[in-house]
Design a protein around this ligand. Structure first.
Ligand SMILES: Cc1cc2nc3c(=O)[nH]c(=O)nc-3n(C[C@H](O)[C@H](O)[C@H](O)COP(=O)(O)O)c2cc1C
Length: 172
């Protein structure tokens, strides 16, 4: 049964232990369609997603964030912002590409969770090593690496505590 949105939000958590099984073509199609429907400033869609599944390319990518758990993922996405097409607010020059990519990536993570797949945001990767290893077009700036795959088990991927609603909301 399809979970309601609250259940899906509860189901989505950072997964840091993956089985070796690959992500199926159907899952990729579904997940990337959800990504493609993400909103973006002025609908500029300033993003590009590199899907890394080849074992050699994966090991090169995993070296950019050398953690044992990260190397267990059977696939990983390099989520990039397109610096040439992002919307920049004229009044203060604020570029919105990071916000747009973050929304698209969270669509990805939620869609994956709905399909029973695990993901984890990774931003603490070596930017310089990634640039050296994967010479992407310069306007494609990596924002996050998203390992994706079937989670080992719920126990291996605990749920994090959250602040109370009182702490994060002020009604004005
Ligand atoms: C922007 C961003 C960057 C993150 N970078 C990393 C990272 O480099 N390594 C990591 O293990 N987790 C990373 N995380 C995952 C967070 O630690 C995790 O989302 C948070 O602890 C809440 O846990 P949950 O995702 O299981 O709810 C990142 C999350 C976000 C949103």
């Amino acid at each position: 049964m399809t979970p309601d949105f609250l259940q899906l939000c509860q189901q989505r958590k950072s997964v840091r232990a993956f089985l070796p099984d690959p992500v199926s073509d159907e899952d990729w199609q579904y997940i990337m369609q959800c990504v493609n429907l993400a909103p973006s400033a002025v609908n500029f869609q300033p993003w590009h997603f590199y899907i890394v599944q080849d074992a050699h390319q994966l090991s090169l990518l995993q070296a950019c964030y050398p953690r044992e758990w990260f190397a267990t993922a059977p696939a990983c996405i390099i989520a990039c912002k397109d610096c040439e097409t992002q919307w920049v607010r004229r009044e203060d020059g604020k570029a919105h590409g990071d916000i747009d990519v973050a929304i698209a990536v969270e669509h990805l993570c939620l869609a994956a969770a709905e399909r029973g797949l695990g993901t984890c945001w990774v931003c603490n990767f070596s930017v310089s090593q990634l640039a050296e290893t994967f010479p992407l077009p310069l306007h494609h700036q990596p924002v996050a690496l998203i390992p994706i795959g079937h989670p080992v088990s719920d126990d291996a991927n605990p749920i994090k505590k959250r602040k109370s609603l009182d702490e994060i909301i002020t009604f004005l």
